[in-house]
Design a protein around this ligand. Structure first.
Ligand code: NAD
Length: 495
């Protein structure tokens, strides 16, 4: 692969990367107390692109203390409309620096520029402006109970929030947490994934420029096992909002029990995209391919199981393979690239192991599943046919460009397979029979169901799942409830 980082040495992203990248605590960029740093690699070239301060539990203490002071001080007492104005100014600064942010995200996460421009950046901006609009509209109710009292509720911010973010959509998922938390009047300590800290640190600087008071947003970069755990166990953190793997999510629930922190978890998925015989095969196979190969399959709601009915099974497999082979793999900074590398050598090895496992289990690898020659963690998109429901490649989240195509007989069989994993994040169904798609939408266990489409999200709609897919919902008004607590007020009128 050609080297991406040589793309534009004069760009503002390159200038940013040449600076020491420090923690953001109490409105200042500071080195970690230990003085330690870690390196960030470009997954497309395996080159070091940045050196970043590595925080630890002592840095978390400082950040939480700053967040607490800001919560009790300026952020909580500021007029809600003013909070909203600051968030809107921040959104404008993100737009003004869009080229730099997009390039940083692409270099750091290996994401194709075209995809960031289409998805990550607009979604992050939409999230920020949507919740900025909510800042002055969060209210309680007057609930009449008796003649001699005025009884009503208000919604108050929960306090100091720990936001722990994964590497697959650092900017967008980061904003899914920051925007509603800040709009509700909470203060935040954010921990980006150690593989992708860059966009978070840059947008944190821009938040200060937008007028966010010191301590309202703090960013502590570093490993999950130190920084993440210190946040989760911290007695002065009131809530943890986490997106990541089910294993870490389980540990977070246990850690949060110490002081009964509020917890919301967005975890994994093994979503079924179900294609019936009467579906529009062109549209279905196109969406099924992008449903698994977008972001190189590193998507929690990836349609990693395509369930195809007997009559169209061979056709669906052939069309998916043709689409996989047509994807343009390469330099993420090239606007024509549609498939970038996976995030790390470790992730690449996990995916290649699953390709082996699938073959050993007896599935047939129709195409792909190989590491591309040269530098960078590139894997050719893989299509498995002859997959049965019990196989590991049908049950376990691979988090890479690998699709398992499973045959089903009828509606009941499709539902049995769709609902038969530990996950429940999303599902898709394709058919021209409107009764059938509605029956399926009712009975499938999934937080989001796409009918004759796949993969869309919008910050106005609740997002999340249960079981190994998580706990609670993000987005929409659900997020406002996550970051506020109702308080009941009872006033005696006979005084
Ligand atoms: P991960 O769980 O390894 O890491 C997520 C974050 O948690 C990172 O910031 C990491 O540093 C931190 N972390 C790691 N160990 C920790 C610990 N012991 N305590 C506290 N924090 C810790 O997940 P990942 O590999 O970054 O992301 C992939 C997973 O995320 C997949 O399972 C995917 O399905 C899921 N995901 C879910 C959604 C969703 O909306 N449901 C979205 C994106 C990704």
């Amino acid at each position: 692969m050609s080297t991406a980082y040589d793309y534009d040495r004069e760009s503002s992203a390159a200038a940013y990367l040449a600076r020491p990248l420090q923690l953001l605590i109490d409105g200042r960029q500071v080195p970690s107390l230990s003085g330690r740093t870690f390196k960030s690699l470009n997954p497309a070239t395996e080159e070091v692109i940045a050196t970043i301060a590595e925080g630890n539990a002592a840095d978390v203490d400082r950040a939480v203390a700053a967040a607490r002071r800001a919560f009790e001080g300026p952020w909580r007492t500021m007029r809600a409309a003013e909070r909203g104005d600051i968030l809107l100014r921040w959104a404008q600064l993100l737009r003004d620096h869009a080229d730099e942010i997009v390039e940083l995200e692409s270099l750091d996460a290996g994401k194709p520029i075209a995809a960031i421009l289409r998805q990550d950046l607009p979604a992050a901006l939409d999230t920020l402006t949507y919740y900025a609009g909510w800042a002055d509209k969060i209210s309680g109710d007057v609930i009449s109970t008796r003649d001699d009292a005025l009884t009503y509720t208000v919604r108050e911010p929960v306090g100091v929030v720990a936001a722990i973010v994964p590497w697959n959509f650092p900017l967008m998922i980061g904003m899914w947490k920051l925007a509603p938390a800040l709009a509700c009047g909470c203060t935040v300590v954010m921990k980006p994934a150690e593989l992708t800290s860059l966009s978070a640190l840059r947008i944190g600087e821009l938040a200060l420029e937008a007028g966010l008071p010191s301590g309202v947003l703090n960013i502590v970069t570093g490993p999950g096992r130190t920084v993440g755990e210190a946040l989760v166990n911290h007695p002065d953190v009131d809530k943890v909002t986490f997106t990541g793997s089910p294993g870490v999510g389980r540990g977070i629930m246990k850690g949060a029990a110490g002081n009964f922190k509020r917890v919301s978890l967005e975890l994994g998925g093994k979503s079924a995209n179900v294609i019936f015989d009467d579906a529009d095969l062109d549209a279905a196979s196109k969406a099924a391919a992008s449903g698994i190969f977008f972001n190189t399959g590193q998507v929690c709601s990836a349609g990693s199981r395509v369930l195809a009915q007997e009559g169209v099974y061979d056709e669906v497999v052939a069309r998916l393979a043709a689409r996989a082979n047509a994807l343009r793999i390469g330099d993420p900074l090239d606007r024509a690239t549609s498939l970038g590398p996976v995030i790390s050598e470790r992730q690449m090895q996990t995916i290649l192991d699953y390709v082996d496992i699938g073959q050993k289990e007896g599935a047939s690898l129709v195409t792909g599943g190989e590491r591309a020659a040269g530098r960078g963690y590139f894997i050719s998109p893989a299509v498995f046919a002859g997959v049965t429901h019990e196989m590991r490649i049908s049950q376990e989240e691979i988090f890479g460009p690998v699709v398992s195509v499973i045959k089903f007989t009828d509606e009941a069989d499709a539902l049995r397979i769709a609902n038969g994993t530990a996950y429940s994040l999303a599902a898709g169904v394709w058919s021209r029979d409107m009764g059938r798609v509605q029956r399926f939408a009712k009975r499938v266990r999934a937080g989001t169901v796409w009918i004759n489409t796949y993969g869309y999200t919008d910050v106005r709609l609740p997002w999340g799942g249960d079981r190994d897919s998580g706990l609670g919902r993000e987005h929409g008004t659900a997020a406002l409830e996550n970051f506020t607590e109702p308080k009941s007020i009872w006033m005696n009128l006979n005084v």
